[in-house]
Design a protein. Structure first.
Length: 303
């Protein structure tokens, strides 16, 4: 992973902004953490964190909230990346929250653990006394995320109030908080999906194989293509087909949809994204549960 690059000017500006935000977090907070999902945005965050603190080590640990329904390829890539970076990885499991009675698993034909992550995350932040959690969310992803600041204040219950956010003028970030409150920090706020892919291409960043076209058993459900697995099985009337697909986002297998695609290289993916008319969150079933699904989850403490 190189720390010297010759980026296009607009990508260099975005990189510099993200690194500045990360260094501000390290300066203002004693116990920050990077939320790591194994997806492309959190991988870019890890790459930027290495650049921000090179030649020293990354100055905060990584925290992964494991639903138990992750793609195996994601977990393998996560462990390899953390080892290469020499970073500390903390994993907390939704299954433990279920076993402890902190959350109740969904029932029915299409249950998902995606929403249950919120409780596991808030418990982990409280347990480990993290004051700031860096995430890879971007404003272009979804209308609720478009309301976020770089430094997003959360109250003592981990809740977000979009109508009561602090101004951020002249790149001045206010990290003051009361006991038990914390911040979510989004260094990639001004990036777009295409920016992320251009950056990955120019920096030659490795990604999980899920992002590239491959053959996989798929079933169609509610307008989405879901990967068949132990947690996603065909319901009566559903047919399993073997198709060439890839994933634009990587999350819980129960709600992360694939797209039909032949894009097997970064250059081909960039061409495909440039022509796309559906956002990457359009492949996520959890966002389709209601018009305000993301904002409702964020108010409760979601990523």
């Amino acid at each position: 992973m190189s720390t010297t690059s010759y980026l296009r000017p607009y990508l260099k500006q975005l990189e510099s902004e993200a690194i500045y935000v990360m260094r501000e977090v390290a300066a203002q907070f004693e116990r920050p953490v990077l939320l790591f999902s194994g997806g492309k945005d959190s991988i870019v965050m890890a790459h930027l964190a290495r650049k921000a603190f090179f030649p020293g080590k990354i100055s905060f640990p990584f925290l992964h909230i494991d639903t138990g329904h992750n793609f195996p390829e994601t977990l393998t890539f996560r462990d390899d990346l953390v080892q290469r970076l020499g970073a500390q990885l903390i994993v907390r499991y939704v299954q433990d929250s279920i076993d402890q009675g902190r959350v109740v698993e969904e029932t029915g034909p299409t249950p998902s653990r995606n929403a249950l992550q919120t409780v596991t995350l808030l418990d982990a932040l409280a347990e480990l006394k993290f004051e700031a959690a860096l995430g890879g969310a971007r404003r272009d992803e979804e209308k609720a995320r478009a309301k976020e600041r770089f430094f997003s204040h959360r109250d003592a219950f981990g809740q977000w109030d979009p109508k009561n956010q602090r101004p951020e003028l002249w790149t001045l970030y206010n990290g003051r908080k009361l006991p038990n409150e914390h911040f979510r920090v989004f260094p990639l706020s001004n990036w777009t999906e295409l920016d992320v892919w251009q950056y990955i291409f120019e920096e030659n960043i490795e990604l999980p194989s899920l992002y590239f076209a491959h053959r996989r058993d798929i079933l169609a459900r509610d307008g989405m293509l879901l990967a068949v697995s132990e947690v996603v099985r065909p319901l009566p009337g559903e047919t399993v087909t073997n198709q060439v697909v890839r994933f634009r986002t990587i999350g819980d297998m129960t709600c992360t949809g694939a797209v039909e695609s032949s894009a097997a290289t970064l250059a081909e993916i960039i061409q495909e994204i440039a022509a796309a008319r559906v956002t990457e969150r359009g492949t996520r079933a959890d966002d389709k549960r209601s018009e305000a699904a993301m904002e409702d989850r964020k108010r409760q403490g979601y990523f």
